[in-house]
Design a protein around this ligand. Structure first.
Ligand code: NAI
Ligand code: MG
Length: 503
């Protein structure tokens, strides 16, 4: 991605972060009813800079009391002035949110970089994407139409799109701002109110986004953020009877807990869970373009992407050359603190680094060929931080744990196929079905695979193609429901049908 020359303001923030290890003026409390509030218990916890492995800020550790306060406020806000705001007025507010995200882009990006570990350039991309997301739904607010149903001359029948009500957003640590934006923007566009719970590893940018929403004119209490752990704050939020809709992005295990917690209240939900997405590379592809796409698919954000292309399915005739080219490029990726924009940044936490290392070590013990990488590392400049070298594993059985489980790190597993049927069987051969990539010049083969691969979205000849306007979500254990696009707007709406006898 090309980036503009860094502004003075950005350089000053980067310098402050590098010199002091933190930034001044970071949010450190819940944002409830438009006011920064400490936890009822007074408890606090720390967030870490993954690039150094050091705590750099503290924030409120919320629990059931804080969640209850936020949900009560969001319920009241649903009955307040927000209800009487016209869709066009909502659109104008969302537009101002987009503008304010842009005018605060440098600060948001540097905070996201510190908190999540991601490279600054990726954080800048996420910030731009968050602004684009608010803009997209700003434009959609007054175009979210119902329908009229022809019952004949004696009846009038039509549908209304009502906001579902108070929406809960459980946000993961890999895309803290992006995931917050992609849930909050359509929820607000639909007229809902929000209680968001960012991941405890990355609480800061969701708080900043909620502050921006207030500055943009969103009435206090419409968008609230409670920070804290999943066990204390997250679990209290998803089981709260005052919540009408849950949007959860995270692990399958936690997704199961969330679904169980939602059941007694019949709370509707969208689950965006893990993936083990295949990138199918046919022998006739544009090899250079495919290599670059495969690299981005697994090493962007150090592989911590639900839709990462973590399995390379390559035609046997090009297997040797293709793997070699990917490995050469992977070896050349420099590691370093995200603020320095290295080839690849750290992974999010020490615990997560241990998990990735465990997967790779076990694969090695089972006889996997470690083509490159395969080890934990530190920032070569400081000897600090939680890094894992870009890794390719080859020679694995389709049933191997490393092929079947979501590692969520910079680890690409290679699988070889002889024909399209075998490619398809391998592609569909895990419990996940989130996304898939296909690289070929054969239009028919591409669309046959797109039809037959079980996935929520298929990218042809460009991994991660699309954007905010393209629906996104998974099948099977990757979850259900769709984020993004107009589908997300529908998922924060409920249909009311009105049928009248008019004679
Ligand atoms: P997680 O699913 O436990 O955490 C995601 C979010 O859920 C966080 O905000 C967390 O605080 C919250 N949470 C945790 N327990 C909860 C509960 N009982 N009720 C409500 N909310 C709860 O994921 P974790 O432990 O951070 O990462 C484990 C693995 O999950 C990763 O290695 C990766 O494989 C996967 N993951 C997938 C993501 C995706 O984009 N689909 C994002 C993050 C993690
Ligand atoms: Mg952090």
């Amino acid at each position: 991605m090309s980036v503009a020359r860094p502004s003075e303001a950005l350089l000053a923030l980067v310098h402050e972060a590098q010199a002091t290890g933190t930034l001044t003026g970071l949010p450190d409390k819940h944002l409830i009813a438009g006011v920064a509030q400490a936890s009822a218990s007074g408890a606090r916890m720390e967030t870490f800079d993954a690039g150094t492995g050091r705590a750099f800020a503290a924030f409120a550790a919320g629990g059931p009391e804080d969640v209850d306060r936020a949900v009560t406020v969001a319920q009241a806000a649903l009955r307040g002035p927000w209800r009487d705001t016209t869709p066009a007025q909502r659109g104008r507010i969302l537009h101002r949110v987009a503008q304010l995200i842009r005018s605060n882009a440098d600060r948001l990006a540097v905070v996201e970089c510190l908190d999540s570990g991601k490279r600054l350039v990726e954080a800048q991309g996420d910030v731009a994407g968050a602004a684009g997301c608010f803009e997209y739904y700003a434009g959609a607010c007054d175009k979210h139409e119902g329908s009229s149903i022809p019952l004949g001359p004696d009846y009038l029948a039509y549908t209304l799109n009502e906001p579902v009500g108070v929406t809960a957003h459980i946000i993961p640590w890999n895309y803290p701002l992006s995931t917050a934006a992609r849930g909050i923007a359509p929820a607000l566009a639909a007229g809902c109110t929000v209680v968001a719970k960012p991941a405890e590893q990355t609480p800061l940018t969701a708080l900043m986004l909620a502050e921006i929403c207030l500055q943009a004119g969103l009435p206090a209490g419409v968008c609230n953020v409670v920070t804290g752990t999943g066990a204390d704050a997250g679990a209290a939020l998803v089981r709260h009877p005052g919540i009408h809709h849950i949007s959860f992005t995270g692990s399958v295990t936690t997704g199961i807990h969330v679904m169980q917690a939602a059941a007694p209240n019949i709370t509707r939900l969208v689950l965006e869970l893990g993936g083990k997405s295949p990138v199918v590379v046919l022998a006739d592809c544009d090899m250079q373009a495919a290599v670059e796409s495969v690299l981005g698919a697994i090493f962007e954000n150090a592989g911590q992407i639900c839709s990462a292309g973590s399995r390379l399915l390559v035609a046997r005739s090009i297997h040797g050359e293709f793997v070699q080219r990917v490995a050469d490029r992977a070896r050349a990726l420099t590691l370093g603190h995200g603020l320095r924009n290295p080839g690849m940044g750290p992974v999010s936490s020490e615990a997560h680094l241990r998990k990735i290392t465990g997967y790779v070590e076990r694969a090695r013990q089972r006889g996997a060929e470690v083509v490159c990488g395969g080890r934990a590392a530190t920032d070569p400049q400081t000897g600090q931080g939680w890094f894992f070298a870009p890794t390719l594993l080859d020679g694995l059985q389709p049933t191997d744990e490393a092929v079947q489980e979501e590692i969520f790190g910079p680890v690409l597993c290679v699988q070889v196929f002889d024909d399209l049927d075998e490619a398809l069987a391998l592609a569909n051969g895990t419990r996940f079905a989130l996304v898939a990539g296909v690289f070929t010049r054969d239009f028919g083969a591409a669309h046959r695979l797109a039809r037959d691969i079980d996935a929520g979205q298929v990218y042809i000849n460009e991994y991660f193609a699309g954007g905010i306007s393209v629906p996104f979500g998974g099948n099977r254990q990757s979850g259900f429901g769709r984020e993004k696009g107009l589908e997300a707007l529908r998922s924060y709406s409920r249909t009311k049908s009105v049928a009248a006898l008019i004679t």
